[in-house]
Design a protein around this ligand. Structure first.
Ligand SMILES: [Zn+2]
Length: 292
């Protein structure tokens, strides 16, 4: 699988990183307390919306991990842009606990704009599934933050010959199909896992994240002086990752949400020294021109 990760400055002047991995493209931008958003194609999904980058205007499905404004504040602006450009309805997937305040925020924005936005809020609980397009289904899971929060898995679905028919001839399969029998089955591959803001608890409660092809995981702190902050504020410290370094079976690990007090190179250097196998999978979208 080819991997091409780079930092770019887009047409709107916002520095961001991008990753191409096989058929998947991920563009994003993340700094603790400033903004976090990613766009994943396919299926065409926003993972949080930061302060509302134009790169997300064309996306009709939005997953919000929690209500903190560095992840959600751009939503009214994006819905406004979609309305003026006639881009059609937008589906917003979020923790059930924030559905009502989010609706109130959007209603206020509509009043300010004198416009009606086309959107639907879908509150999710851990385990809930939503079909995104014909190939991808999203499943929510619990994360470990200081406000109601969720992460999500993106499963890619493929049809294949039913296991019971393996070894059957083409003629036999065709005959069964003609008789109205189901000859195929759906298999799912965990393509992408996204943890928004989360403390180390998610590493225990959601072990499936270690098996995703591409894992987007926050890592906010490093260094002894910030060791206690992770638990206090519901964020991951690099020490938490070193402790479970053997469990990362992912092909790519995107660590995001680094505190502005740290440089991306410091995080990479720490992992290269103490968890080289994890460092080899590491992509940091913050390694872009604005932090160089
Ligand atoms: Zn947060």
């Amino acid at each position: 699988m080819s991997r091409d990760a780079r930092g770019v400055v887009a047409g709107d002047g916002v520095a961001r990183g991008s990753l191409r991995y096989g058929d998947l493209s991920i563009v994003g931008c993340s700094r603790a307390g400033e903004e976090t958003w990613f766009r994943v194609r396919p299926p065409g999904l926003a993972l949080d919306v930061g302060r509302g980058p134009l790169a997300l205007t064309g996306v009709s499905d939005v997953f919000l991990s929690h209500g903190h404004l560095d992840h959600t504040n751009g939503l009214p602006f994006l819905l406004s842009q979609r309305t003026f450009q006639g881009l059609g309805p937008c589906r917003i997937l979020c923790p059930t606990a924030i559905a009502q305040p989010l609706a109130a925020l959007l209603a206020a924005a509509e009043a300010l704009e004198g416009a009606t936005f086309e959107y639907r809020i879908v509150g999710l609980s851990p385990g809930d599934r939503v079909q995104l397009d014909k190939d991808f289904v999203l499943e929510a899971f619990a994360t470990d933050h200081v406000v109601p929060s969720l992460g999500c898995h993106l499963f890619q679905q493929r049809r294949r010959l039913a296991a019971a028919l393996r070894g059957a001839s083409e003629e036999e399969v065709a005959a069964l199909r003609r008789q109205g029998h189901e000859v195929s089955e759906t298999m799912e591959e965990l393509s992408v896992t996204y943890c928004g803001d989360s403390g180390r608890g998610v590493l225990t409660t959601e072990p499936r994240l270690f098996g995703a092809r591409i894992l987007l995981l926050e890592c906010t702190f490093l260094g002894a002086e910030t060791r206690g902050r992770g638990e206090r504020y519901g964020h991951i410290h690099v020490e938490d990752l070193v402790e479970v370094k053997a469990r990362f079976h992912n092909e790519v690990v995107i660590l995001h949400h680094l505190s502005a007090r740290h440089r991306p190179e410091e995080l990479r250097g720490e992992l290269e020294r103490r968890a080289p196998q994890l460092a080899a999978k590491l992509v940091q979208l913050e390694e872009t021109p604005w932090s160089a």
